[in-house]
Structure formats: structure tokens, C-alpha cells
Design a protein around this ligand. Structure first.
Ligand SMILES: Cc1cc2nc3c(=O)[nH]c(=O)nc-3n(C[C@H](O)[C@H](O)[C@H](O)COP(=O)(O)OP(=O)(O)OC[C@H]3O[C@@H](n4cnc5c(N)ncnc54)[C@H](O)[C@@H]3O)c2cc1C
Length: 419
């Protein structure tokens, strides 16, 4: 089977769905390819910071989520070794909200239901890519799927996650291990959990765990640990992961943390090695070639220490939607020679922002989860918490702008405002 499409997005995760919504809103027809037979919900929940809400607002999706969730304005970080407690504020300057933790399923479904039926093609695993030069001098991407379908696309956007086929095709190096792994879970207390709306964190050298209410009954919990403890990923099923956390890794964490872990919804429990893309790979390499580029984890996998992987994927979607949308509206359709320039502009706008987030996330994890020596204490308690913490969190308060709006009073499409 052979198909010809305007824009193909590979991957129906946060980046792929949000990009598809952005493009639909500016009138660009898209096809999303997803390898699995349904939306893949890994990771239970995620914290969305101000930058994600600006993006969701631009995508017209924020109003579907906000009534169900509340911001987390405060955090408590307990040092498990000496019992000291540090209070932190996530709200920054007046008017800013702290992170809002949402069910991952709810986010993905809210995005997916914005798309027209048939936009997502499931069971469609991308296997290989070729770029073909047309006699007119423009490029067309030729995609081969696992089921032998061939798709020709004027634009290809890889939103295919950490092990991206598109990133590999663009010549990026594989993401590097951070030396740490992360467990994520969702805990359900049918009678109510009774915890305050704060991010409760517990740290000791090499370990950082925490939990935060999603609503009155559900809590999101996590544990990041240095891989040297037990290797990259805990082998076995979710029950094994839960056992390993409770009986080994976090055994000396306070009973309330263990109680939360005990109430885990087992199918939602996951463990993964934490990887990142070296920031210089993003700054030096070509992140778009002709009519092919990437967004989300495919482009910039980062450690989750600032909760920015999904948030920055939403920013990507709006910025990409804006550049492709402008090109589409100005040229009356997808014109391959023009759209290559739009993708370059997108990369120009994104690469410094995301390489900064990768760096800040990594350093923040390293500082918070480092050892107990005197130097590490100075770095963590004085340099990180007293001097850098506010600067790092303020950089998350970022508005990626809006999508071009289309007005059609007389049936014609018109570019109104871009940002
Ligand atoms: C422990 C942990 C905690 C985190 N916490 C947060 C948080 O609080 N806040 C936050 O913003 N972020 C957080 N993140 C990061 C966030 O989960 C990711 O950045 C985000 O999910 C990336 O979305 P994505 O769409 O780019 O990639 P994915 O979610 O990986 O989606 C990729 C999609 O592409 C599909 N796919 C892959 N290959 C192919 C192929 N060849 N053909 C077709 N389809 C394919 C996959 O099936 C999948 O559906 C966390 C990450 C971890 C590990």
C-alpha cells in the first residue's frame, strides 16, 4: 500500500498529539503514526508547570483539564539522614502558580479528542526513512512502516520518544545514561488520602523520593535512585518494583511514604533508566534536514528533576505549529521549499531553550541527590537552594507564544497574529 500525506507525525505521545492539535488549529492536515494499537499511557501522572499551561492554552486544551486539578504551591524536602526539613515555594513571584499534577491519560485523551477521527493511525511502526529529491528540487520523505506500507510525506516530524528513529536518521547520537533511574506510580486511596496539596520529598545520598496529591483520592509518587544501587532498571513486574522500593531502596523513608507506595495501582507502576541528550549535540548538530525534524523526547530527552520533559514537548508543539502554520497560510498550502525554512526557524527558536532545560534538570538532580560530603552539602544547601533554586524555577515560567489565528469571514483564510 502507498499513501501520500502533507504532514506525518511519528508517535502519539504528548509531543505528537500536541503537535497534531497545533497543526489542526492552523488548518494543516496531519497524519499521526503510532506503533501501538492504542494510546500508550506510561508514567501515571505528570507535573505541568506554567510553561505547559501557556502552551495548553494556545492549543485550546487547558480549559478541559483545569477544572479537575489544583496547583501545588509548596513543597517540603525532608533529609532522611538528619531529619531536617526545608520548605520551598513553587509559586515564585506574585500571580504565578506552582505545578499542577495531572493524570497522564487525561492529558493524552484531552489532546487526542481534539483531532478528527482517523487522524491517528495505530499499529503503524515506522521502520525506515528515505529522503527523495524531486525534479523541482524539493524533498519528500519516504517512510516504510512495519506492515510494509509506504507513506510519502511533504513534512515529517519525529515525536517518537527517546529511541527516535527520526533522530537517528538526522544523525544525532543516542541519548546518554544519567547514571540514575526513576520509578513512577499512582496511588489510590478510595476513602481519601488526607495529605495536604504539597510536594512531599525525601532525600538521602543517591536517593530522592516524593509524592504529591493529584486529587482527594489519587497521589502521584516517584523515586529516583543512583543506578549503582541495583542496576538501571528493576527487573520484573510492577509487584517486584513495589517490593524493591519498599523493602530495599526506600526502606528507611518515613512510614507515610511507604504507605503511599503500598497503595500503588500496580499496572501504572513503571521503572526506567533516566537518559538525556548532551546539550552540545543539540547546539552543534542539524536538528532539521529539509522537510524533516523532531519534537519532544525525540529531540531533547532530559532527566525529570525539573519535570520539564512533557512541558517542553508542549512548548515545541506550539512553536512548530506557529512556524509551519505561518508558512502554510502565507503560501496557501504546504510548499516543501518554504516549509524547510519554517522548520529551521523552529529549531532556531527551540535549541537554546531546550539545551538549557536539559542542563538545569541534570544539575538540579545532581545537586539534590548527591552525596553527604562537606563539598556536596555546600553545593546543595548554599549554592543550589539559596542561590540557584529560584533562578532555575523562574526559567520555567515561560510563555512560548500563540498560534496564528485563522479568520474566515468571507471564506478565505487569513493570518491574524502570531505571538
Ligand atoms: C520518572 C519520570 C518522571 C517524569 N515526570 C515528568 C513531569 O513531572 N513533568 C513533565 O513534563 N515531564 C515528566 N517526565 C518526562 C515526560 O514523561 C516525557 O518528556 C514525555 O512523556 C515525552 O513525550 P513524547 O511524546 O516526546 O515521547 P513519548 O511519551 O515517549 O511518546 C512517543 C510515542 O511514539 C511512539 N513511537 C515510538 N517509536 C515509534 C515508531 N518507530 N513508530 C511509531 N510510533 C512510535 C511511542 O509508542 C509513543 O506513543 C518524566 C519522565 C520520567 C522518566
Amino acid at each position: 500500500m502507498e499513501m501520500i500525506e502533507e504532514v506525518v507525525i511519528v508517535g502519539a505521545g504528548i509531543a505528537g498529539l500536541a503537535t497534531a492539535v497545533a497543526l489542526k488549529r492552523v488548518g494543516v492536515p496531519v497524519l499521526v503514526l503510532e506503533r501501538w494499537p492504542e494510546l500508550r499511557i506510561t508514567g501515571a501522572a505528570l507535573a505541568l508547570y506554567s510553561n505547559a499551561w501557556f502552551a495548553l492554552e494556545a492549543l485550546g486544551v487547558a480549559h478541559k483539564l483545569l477544572p479537575f486539578y489544583v496547583p501545588t504551591q509548596k513543597g517540603r524536602i525532608t533529609n532522611v539522614v538528619n531529619g531536617t526539613v526545608k520548605e520551598v515555594s513553587y509559586s515564585g513571584i506574585e500571580g504565578r502558580n506552582g505545578p499542577i499534577v495531572v493524570h497522564r491519560r487525561k492529558l493524552l485523551e484531552s489532546l487526542a479528542e481534539e483531532l478528527s477521527p482517523g487522524t491517528i493511525r495505530y499499529c503503524s511502526k515506522l521502520m525506515s526513512i528515505q529522503s527523495h529529491r524531486t525534479p523541482e528540487g524539493s524533498y519528500i520523505a519516504i517512510l516504510k512502516l512495519e506492515d510494509n506500507t509506504i507513506i510519502k510525506a511533504k513534512v515529517l516530524i519525529g515525536c517518537d520518544g527517546v529511541h527516535s528513529v527520526v533522530a537517528q536518521w538526522l544523525g544525532l547520537m543516542s541519548p546518554v545514561p544519567s547514571g540514575r533511574s526513576g520509578v513512577r506510580g499512582l496511588s489510590v486511596f478510595p476513602q481519601g488520602h488526607g495529605f495536604s496539596q504539597s510536594l512531599h520529598q525525601f532525600v538521602k545520598p543517591g536517593l530522592r523520593g516524593g509524592f504529591v496529591p493529584i486529587n482527594d483520592k489519587d497521589l502521584y509518587w516517584f523515586l529516583f535512585y543512583n543506578s549503582e544501587f541495583i542496576g538501571n532498571e528493576i527487573p520484573g513486574d510492577p509487584m517486584m518494583i513495589q517490593k524493591e522500593v519498599m523493602e530495599n531502596l526506600a526502606k528507611d523513608f518515613p512510614p507515610k511514604y511507604l504507605e503511599v507506595v503500598k497503595h500503588s495501582d500496580l499496572p501504572a507502576l513503571t521503572c526506567a533508566a533516566l537518559v538525556l541528550r548532551c546539550p552540545w549535540d543539540l547546539l552543534w548538530k542539524n536538528l532539521s534536514r529539509g522537510n524533516i525534524t523532531m519534537a519532544g523526547d525525540a529531540m531533547h530527552p532530559m532527566t525529570p528533576d525539573l519535570g520539564q520533559g512533557g512541558c517542553s514537548a508542549l512548548e515545541d508543539a506550539v512553536v512548530l505549529g506557529r512556524h509551519i502554520g505561518n508558512s502554510f497560510l502565507q503560501n496557501g498550502g504546504i510548499v516543501p521549499e518554504k516549509v524547510a525554512g519554517a522548520l529551521k526557524e523552529y529549531i532556531g527558536e527551540r535549541k537554546w531553550r531546550v539545551s538549557g532545560l536539559i542542563t538545569k534538570s541534570y544539575l538540579s538532580g545532581w545537586a539534590q541527590q548527591g552525596g553527604s560530603g562537606w563539598l556536596m552539602k555546600i553545593i546543595r544547601d548554599i549554592i543550589f537552594f539559596k542561590l540557584l533554586y529560584k533562578i532555575v524555577f523562574d526559567s520555567i515560567y515561560y510563555d512560548c507564544g500563540k498560534l496564528p489565528t485563522i479568520s474566515s469571514p468571507n471564506g478565505s483564510k487569513k493570518l491574524c497574529k502570531t505571538d
